[in-house]
Design a protein around this ligand. Structure first.
Ligand code: NAG
Ligand code: NAG
Ligand code: NAG
Ligand code: NAG
Length: 349
C-alpha cells in the first residue's frame, strides 16, 4: 500500500491540479523511510509544490537492507537564490539548502553534497545502506525577487537498489559491485560507473570482469569520463580512479586513469580482462560510460594492444596517434587535451 501512495504522490506532483492532494497526503517533515515498507517513492519540501515556509528544518532518513543503496533523483528544485557575491562552494551555506549524507553503520554521517539555488542537482547514491536528506530554510525578506514564484521547493524520487543502477553485465550473487561480462551472454554493450548519469557513490569499489572465448579479446571505448583525481591517479594522490588488468592481480603495464588522464580505447591482451573503479570518501564526479566489444583476435590481426590515444590535430597537421593523448570533455563545448609524452605504440601484426 505504501508504494502505491508513493506513485500517487508522484502523479499528484506532476499535475498542477494535484497540488492540494499532494499537500493533504504529504509525509511528515521528519521521517524515516525503510526499504522494508517502501522500496521507492517521493520526498518533497513541506507543502510542495506550494512554497515552503521560512525557518523550516526537515530530514528524511533512509534505511535499506544489507547490500542496498539509496538513490535520490531530484525532479524539481527551486530554492531561494543564493547571494551572488559568494564563491560557488560558499553559496549554499548562506541560503536555503538541501544536504545529503551517507549514514554509516546507522549512526555517523558523511556529507555527500549541499545543493541550493534553482539548478536541479545530479542524482546521488549512498555509499552503503543508509542515507539522510536534510532540508533547511532560513529567513525570508520581503525584498526577495522570487517571492512571486508560486512553485518553490524540491521534489525527489528515491529508490532502494541492490544493483547500483547498473543494468549491463551480470552482478555476482553476493550483492557486491562485481559484474561479469561474458562473451557468450553478450558480445557487445555499454557499461557505466555506479549510479549512471548521476554522481557515483563515495567509498565504492566496482569490478568489471570480462570473459571472452579462447582467441577473443575485449575492446573498451570510452565515451564519457569524469572521475575526480590527479596524477598519479591512486590512493596516494587522494584520487578516484579506473584501473585495468590482464591478470587477476595488478597489471603494471597499464596506467591508472582519473581527472584529465582519461582512457580512450583500451584493448585486452587475451580473453580475460578486469576493470576496477575506486572512489574515495572525498568529493566525486559523474563517472564514465564506455562501449565494450569482444573481438575475435585472429580476425583482427591489426588490433593495437594496450592504450591508444586518438589521432589529433597538431598545429594544423593531422598527426598519427603515437602519443598517449588524454582527452576529457569537461562540458559539451570544451574538450581538453593533454599530451603525456610520446612513444611509439606497438602495432601487433
Ligand atoms: C524536524 O527535526 C528538526 C531537527 O531535529 C527540528 O528542528 C524540526 O523542528 C523538526 N520539524 C518538525 C516539523 O517536527
Ligand atoms: C561498521 O561496523 C562494522 C562492524 O561493526 C565495522 O567492521 C566497519 O568497519 C564499520 N564501518 C565504518 C565505515 O565505520
Ligand atoms: C560464461 O558463459 C558460459 C556459457 O554460459 C559459461 O559456461 C561460463 O562458465 C561463463 N563464464 C563465467 C566466468 O561466468
Ligand atoms: C552488438 O551485438 C548485436 C547482437 O548481440 C549485433 O546485432 C550488433 O551488430 C553488435 N554491434 C556491434 C557494434 O558489434
Amino acid at each position: 500500500m505504501r508504494s502505491l501512495l508513493g506513485l500517487f504522490l508522484l502523479a499528484a506532483a506532476a499535475t498542477p491540479g494535484g497540488a492540494s492532494l499532494t499537500h493533504s497526503v504529504s509525509r511528515r517533515c521528519n521521517d524515516t523511510i525503510s526499504s522494508a515498507y517502501e522500496s521507492e517513492g517521493v520526498v518533497t519540501s513541506p507543502g510542495f509544490p506550494s512554497r515552503y515556509d521560512p525557518h523550516t528544518s526537515c530530514s528524511f532518513t533512509f534505511v535499506g537492507a544489507r547490500h542496498q543503496r539509496v538513490r535520490i533523483l531530484f525532479t524539481e528544485f527551486s530554492l531561494k537564490e543564493p547571494p551572488e557575491h559568494l564563491r560557488p562552494h560558499e553559496r549554499c551555506l548562506h541560503t536555503d539548502w538541501v544536504a545529503v549524507y551517507n549514514v554509516i553503520n546507522g549512526s555517523s554521517k558523511q556529507e555527500i553534497d549541499h545543493f541550493c539555488g534553482t539548478t536541479v542537482p545530479n542524482s546521488v547514491m549512498s555509499a552503503s545502506s543508509g542515507l539522510q536528506l536534510v532540508f533547511k530554510s532560513g529567513s525570508r525578506s520581503p525584498m526577495e525577487k522570487d517571492l512571486q514564484n508560486p512553485r518553490m521547493g524540491f521534489s525527489a524520487r528515491f529508490k532502494f537498489v541492490s544493483d547500483l543502477g547498473l543494468k549491463s553485465g551480470r552482478q555476482m550473487s553476493d550483492g557486491s559491485c562485481h559484474f561479469v561480462f561474458n562473451s557468450t551472454e553478450a558480445r557487445n554493450g555499454t557499461l557505466y560507473s555506479p549510479n549512471p548519469e548521476g554522481f557515483y557513490p563515495l567509498d565504492t569499489t566496482c569490478v568489471y570482469f570480462f570473459y571472452g572465448l579462447p582467441g577473443e579479446i575485449v575492446r573498451i571505448i570510452f565515451k564519457y569520463f569524469d572521475v575526480e583525481g590527479v596524477l598519479p591517479c591512486n590512493s596516494e594522490s587522494d584520487s578516484d580512479y579506473l584501473e585495468f588488468s590482464n591478470f587477476p592481480s595488478a597489471d603494471r603495464k597499464i596506467p591508472t586513469f582519473c581527472g584529465y588522464m582519461a582512457p580512450n580505447v583500451i584493448h585486452s591482451d587475451s580473453s580475460y580482462f578486469r576493470m576496477t573503479f575506486r572512489s574515495n570518501s572525498k568529493f566525486g564526479g559523474t563517472g564514465f560510460a564506455a562501449d565494450y566489444q569482444f573481438l575475435d583476435n585472429s580476425r583482427h590481426p591489426f588490433a593495437i594492444k594496450r592504450v591508444i590515444g586518438a589521432a589529433f590535430v597538431n598545429g594544423g597537421q593531422h598527426s598519427r596517434a603515437n602519443c598517449l593523448l588524454v582527452v576529457t570533455v569537461t562540458s559539451l563545448l570544451i574538450v581538453k587535451t593533454l599530451q603525456l609524452g610520446c612513444s611509439s605504440i606497438k602495432e601487433i601484426a
